[in-house]
Design a protein around this ligand. Structure first.
Ligand SMILES: *Cc1c(COP(=O)(O)O)cnc(C)c1O
Length: 467
């Protein structure tokens, strides 16, 4: 074989796994390339692609993953569009003005959806996800507080942020990274999220804001945003402290406007300064995409916005991240145009139907107690019934994995650490039919679980908690 022929042979497609070595000399590869060091030289594209695809088969099936809130299904047209746009840097607005324009169209759509006083003001940005969006929301709260309390801040006053203990880990990160004291309201009894009075009680002159969650990652419940605002109104009358609210609507921001248009949780409440949502959750885009909007100029201190001109043109930016693909934003715009208000209402309504149906099925098995019913976020948490002693939620999670289902088990935070739960997140792509399969599989497991003499698994063996 000439070296020319050898090269061609190596690049020819192979129809069996090339990594069985000598049995397939056509691949030219007799050993798996180094995994933890940069290989010494190149390998043919088809071979590398096959190697990686083979290894990724070991991942779970994303659509059977009921742990995550993040989109695992998009229409083929959106899929293709995202691939085509992958080479556009979203921040490079001068080079890709059309991509940038689509971002600027999504913002007023969301402002309108959340009843912002001035829907056309461009007071908002896309982000990598809600975590970045929450950082930005929190930074604006802190800056606003420090400007209004400059004397006390300079003299060493420590800012604090009030929220429920059920808030997502990004708020703990925010407080840690930006040196803000977290004031966490614990769960008590059957209150699994922030209560209005409890929030107001923890505020003082150094409170930069209160975070209200719509809805809770722990159990899918909505926090009482309007009641929290009302309690803060009373606090302001009494003390003069004006405490703004940030609504972390990572999931609910794309559910409530369609399914509960009359629920007042958004910019209709004058105290709500900013709102975030994850485009990659119920905005139904693949990760990572988030959005954050501010009510008005007062809520977003101008000195947080930086201007850069080295990409050509003036670009105003208020994000932690800079370069990023335009794919997700374009896909969000696709979903907005594709579904419209009625389309979203239908899709989210179907999800709620699946969630409440499945919750009812699980309740009907007789061994479980529902903590939520999937009638706020299409998400519900449940635990074992009081008389169940032979198995626990970790056993159930573990056994369901044998059927390919990923249903996480975890303990609630203080003061309900005694409560161990399973949680199901229904997303687009999880049909009524699949929900019935899950209920059937769970029913099929019960005889096995009842045959155990005692629970077998504990928190360390569990499918981990996904946010
Ligand atoms: C998922 C979630 C977050 C974090 O969102 P990412 O988009 O994953 O960064 C923050 N808050 C709440 C309430 C969430 O559900």
């Amino acid at each position: 074989m000439t070296s020319q022929e050898g090269r061609q042979a190596r690049h020819r497609p192979v129809w069996v796994n090339p990594f069985i070595g000598a049995a397939n000399p056509a691949s030219g590869i007799t050993a798996v390339p180094s995994r933890r060091r940069l290989p010494g030289g190149p390998t043919a594209p088809a071979t590398v692609s096959r190697l990686i695809r083979d290894e990724l088969m070991l991942d779970g099936n994303p659509r059977l993953n009921l742990a995550t809130f993040v989109s695992t299904w998009m229409e083929p047209e959106a899929h293709a569009l995202m691939g085509d746009i992958a080479d556009r840097n979203l921040v490079d607005r001068d080079e890709y003005p059309a991509t940038a324009e689509l971002e600027q169209r999504c913002i007023p759509m969301l402002r309108h959806l959340w009843n912002a006083p001035d829907p056309d003001a461009s007071l908002g940005t896309s982000t990598v996800g809600s975590s970045e969006a929450c950082m930005l929301g929190g930074m604006a709260l802190k800056r606003r507080w420090s400007q209004r309390n400059a004397d006390r801040y300079a003299a060493g006053a420590r800012p604090n942020l009030v929220m429920g203990v059920n808030t997502q880990v990004c708020w703990k990160k925010f407080c840690n990274y930006w040196e803000v004291e977290p004031r966490l309201v614990p769960m008590e009894g059957d209150r699994f999220h922030l209560g209005a009075e409890e929030a107001a009680e923890r505020c003082d002159e150094n409170t930069i804001g209160v975070v209200a969650v719509l809805g809770s990652t722990m159990d899918g419940s909505y926090e009482p945003v309007a009641d929290i605002c009302a309690a803060l109104d009373v606090l302001e009358e009494r003390t003069g402290w004006s405490v703004p609210v940030h609504v972390d609507a990572a999931s609910g921001g794309m559910i409530a406007p369609f399914l509960e248009p009359d629920l007042v949780w958004d910019f209709r409440l004058p105290r709500v300064a900013s709102i975030n949502v994850s485009g990659h959750k119920y905005g139904m885009v693949y990760p990572g995409l988030g959005w954050v909007l501010w009510r008005d100029r007062d809520a977003l201190p101008g000195d947080l916005v930086e201007h850069v001109d080295y990409l050509g043109g003036d670009v105003a930016t208020f994000t932690l991240n800079f370069s990023r693909s335009g794919s997700q934003v374009v896909a969000q715009y696709y979903n907005f145009l594709r579904l419209g208000y009625e389309g979203f209402r239908e899709v989210q309504g179907a999800l709620r139907q699946v969630a409440t149906h499945l919750a009812g099925q699980i309740e009907g098995l007789g061994c479980f107690r529902l903590l939520t019913r999937g009638d706020e976020l299409p998400v519900f948490a449940f635990t074992t019934a009081d008389d169940v002693t032979r198995f626990n939620v970790y056993d159930v999670s573990r056994r369901l994995r044998e059927w390919g289902w990923l249903v996480p088990a975890y303990a609630f935070p203080p003061n309900r650490e005694d409560l161990r739960v399973l949680r199901v997140v229904c997303r687009n792509g999880f049909s009524l039919d699949l929900a019935d399969r899950l209920a059937d599989d769970l029913r099929g497991l019960l005889p096995w679980l009842h045959r155990q003499s005692a629970p077998m698994f504990g928190p360390d063996d569990a499918t981990s908690f996904h946010h």
